[in-house]
Design a protein around this ligand. Structure first.
Ligand SMILES: O=C[C@H](O)[C@@H](O)[C@H](O)CC(=O)O
Length: 274
């Protein structure tokens, strides 16, 4: 098993609460980013008290009510499948906060963690406010929902984005990296990818590699897999016939997304659309 690939598990946490992924504490080479996927049956409750981390709870599918501190955000969520391709609701939860999530329906929630340095207001990030964008040309096209971009001064460290890549296209391409704390040229951000494919028997190819090839893993990534990106370029290729979804969590010493393209492949940006 490639060391950067994590397969889904089904670990019961409590009645109606199942842990699908838990990438944090001793189970990861990452120092800034933590990531979990939790499934809630209708009526089930997941609760946690954060310590020195902030959290963005993304209602991936289904509907849920999130209570964070004194605030309650009722009936969040906009889709039964991520492949409805509509933005969803999320909640930013500050460090040292107790929060609970109750499934109003069967629900899948992504819990995105990063270092929290200051007490900030908990905040709903509603689907209606999500900045959507289309990137790329030719076979490099993808659509992006910016859930928690660096332009939104809501968090200390967290950046969260979801990306759709259609059949036969590449994303996170031309290959780029953000593994040097060298602003204004490049920022250092660790990253996780939570992948889904439609139809679900699909797979994508993801390579994670560094300039010196000291890290160079090419992975076959299946539905619900997670890929860790501690460093290096990290392009994704989607076979014909399938649609790729992934949710990215990024964090590092500075909350700025400034990537650096692999010079060997940057020329593709100079092509004319046709
Ligand atoms: O660094 C960010 C991640 O690699 C993706 O979110 C990537 O930017 C998606 C894309 O632009 O293709």
């Amino acid at each position: 098993m490639p060391k950067l690939l994590r397969k889904p598990e089904k670990k019961p946490l409590s009645k109606g609460v199942t842990l699908i992924h838990e990438v944090k504490d001793g189970r990861t080479p990452l120092e800034y980013v933590g990531f979990s996927i939790v499934d809630l049956d209708k009526g089930a409750v997941f609760e946690e008290t954060l310590t020195n981390q902030e959290c963005c709870a993304v209602i991936l599918t289904g509907k849920a009510t999130v209570t964070a501190g004194e605030q309650t955000f009722q009936s969040l969520g906009t889709r039964k499948s991520v492949f409805e391709k509509v933005p969803t609701d999320s909640v930013y939860i500050t460090k040292e906060e107790k929060y609970r999530i109750k499934g109003e329906t069967d629900t899948r929630v992504a819990l995105c963690y990063a270092p929290g340095m200051t007490k900030r207001p908990n905040r709903l990030l509603p689907a209606k406010d999500i900045l959507q964008e289309h990137r790329g040309i030719k076979m490099n096209q993808r659509s992006v929902h910016n859930i928690l971009p660096d332009s939104l001064d809501v968090a200390d460290s967290l950046l969260v984005v979801e990306v759709y890549t259609e059949s036969g296209n590449f994303s996170s391409y031309p290959p780029h990296k953000h593994d040097q704390d060298n602003l204004p040229h490049e920022s250092f951000l660790e990253e996780t990818y939570y992948h889904e494919q439609d139809p679900p028997q699909g797979f994508v190819f993801q390579r994670v590699y560094t300039d010196d090839r000291s890290l160079d893993e090419t992975m076959t990534v299946e539905n619900e897999d997670v890929v860790l990106v501690p460093a290096g370029y990290h392009p994704v290729g989607v076979p014909d016939g399938y649609t790729s979804y992934y949710l990215n969590v990024m964090a590092g010493p500075k909350r700025t997304w400034k990537f650096y393209n692999d010079p060997a492949h940057e020329w593709i940006l100079d092509r004319e659309d046709s």
